[in-house]
Ligand binder design. Sequence first.
Ligand code: GLP
Length: 239
Amino acid sequence: MKIIIDSPEKIAAIAAERYVTLLNKKPNAVLGLATGSTPLGLYAKLAELYNEKKISFDKVTSFNLDEYVGLDGNHDQSYRYFMNTNLFDKVNIRKNATFVPSGLGDVDANAKNYEEMIAAAGGIDLQLLGLGQNGHIGFNEPGTPLDSLTHKIELTANTREANARFFASLSDVPTHAISMGIKTVMNAKSIILIALGENKADAVAKSVNGKIDTMVPASVLQLHPDVTFYLDEAAASKL
Ligand code: GLP
């Protein structure tokens, strides 16, 4: 596991360079993407690099980590909407090659189908992750089995409260989500995790230095051969 500590602005720039390098080498790479406030700096940087013609997404396929159950892609808190507005609409990615798991209809069937689509695309080359305050990755809450594939999950009170700031009230936050599983994430060839801010410091310390424990889902990343944590000073303060 590699760890890079810098300012949030530099982290966004250094992480963006990973994409430039990857897409130069493999223009049709499969990207695993994430939502949340953490990747916003990176996505802004990628859009900037695209405008400067330093990166092209025209042959890229992408798979997002997760989505709320019950929100359609036009809902402004859906992760599909987030991805469209913060990245996909700003670069030359083919919209029909961007996938976000669907939390509508038969979610279990959607989950199975999602795994098949990832496999058919050749697997994920570079998976981006944020980090929940309780150590979750995607929406894999503490206790999620290591061999989990894409599945429906019940959100913890902690996660719903942390995400309530984006909704009108806590009761509007969906109770369930569909998320790539721990195994789906671990199957990616390379992994980038970005964590910013003091409120991530405990989860970062447990993930990096703690024992590998399903109660801290990100600690499992210690077992992956190619994972880099990009942290600001505050998130790294308990290492
Ligand atoms: C949500 C997402 C995660 C994300 C986490 C942290 O729970 N499902 O993928 O990592 O929030 O969000 P933020 O980056 O806003 O702190």
